[in-house]
Design a protein around this ligand. Structure first.
Ligand SMILES: CC(C)(COP(=O)(O)OP(=O)(O)OC[C@H]1O[C@@H](n2cnc3c(N)ncnc32)[C@H](O)[C@@H]1OP(=O)(O)O)[C@@H](O)C(=O)NCCC(=O)NCCS
Length: 164
């Protein structure tokens, strides 16, 4: 870890193009140890339809991490207890950006009353979530743009539990 801590702010619809670019760059450059090139291309192409991509982010609780006011990563909470997206630009990887985003989503999920938080973690992100106390529950195969990709449903029990 190095440099200043990222700042966090809520997603705005006008952020969509830069987040689509971060998404594609993260998939293309950070997942090659675990997924084939065809799988990476299919996954990265999820952001090609920017309108649908932005709509999905707007429909969730989406946070943006910035360094010197420039977006470098984002994460989204679906409902009260599922992390849908977590992507960090390769140029900002390894500096605690995903950790800051996850810290915030875990607090927000607790505030929404969640007792547990789940994520369908990509194979490259699994060590990150394991380090944060998420436990593997189930192995999955999902189709993305015609390619099968494996991921693992992981779950963390939130300390404060939240209100019922
Ligand atoms: C996974 C991802 C979000 C991590 O982002 P990041 O900002 O680099 O993560 P952080 O710097 O906060 O890492 C926190 C800790 O996890 C570790 N870590 C992060 N990615 C890791 C990996 N692929 N393998 C092993 N450890 C990893 C870091 O070493 C760090 O450890 P430390 O606290 O001892 O220094 C980023 O690599 C990414 O965008 N990957 C591609 C997209 C993806 O798979 N997203 C997840 C979808 S569920």
């Amino acid at each position: 870890m190095s440099g200043a801590a990222p700042a966090l702010r809520p997603f705005l619809p006008s952020d969509t193009p830069v987040l689509a670019a971060i998404f594609a760059a993260a998939v293309e450059q950070l997942t090659g140890d675990d997924y084939s090139e065809a799988q990476q291309q299919a996954w990265a192409a999820v952001a090609d339809d920017e309108e649908a991509f932005g709509k999905n982010l707007a429909g969730e609780l989406t946070l943006i991490a910035t360094l010197q006011n420039a977006p470098v990563g984002f994460a989204s909470l679906k409902g009260k207890d599922h992390i849908d997206m977590l992507y960090v630009h390769p140029g900002a990887a390894g500096q605690g950006v995903a950790s800051a985003l996850c810290d915030a989503l875990e607090k927000l999920a607790g505030g929404r009353g969640a007792k547990n938080l789940t994520v369908d973690a990509s194979d490259n992100a699994e060590p990150f979530f394991k380090k944060r106390g998420y436990v593997a529950k189930q192995r999955n195969s999902v189709t993305v743009n015609g390619e099968w990709l494996a991921n693992t449903t992981m779950q963390k029990t939130l300390e404060s539990g939240g209100q019922a």
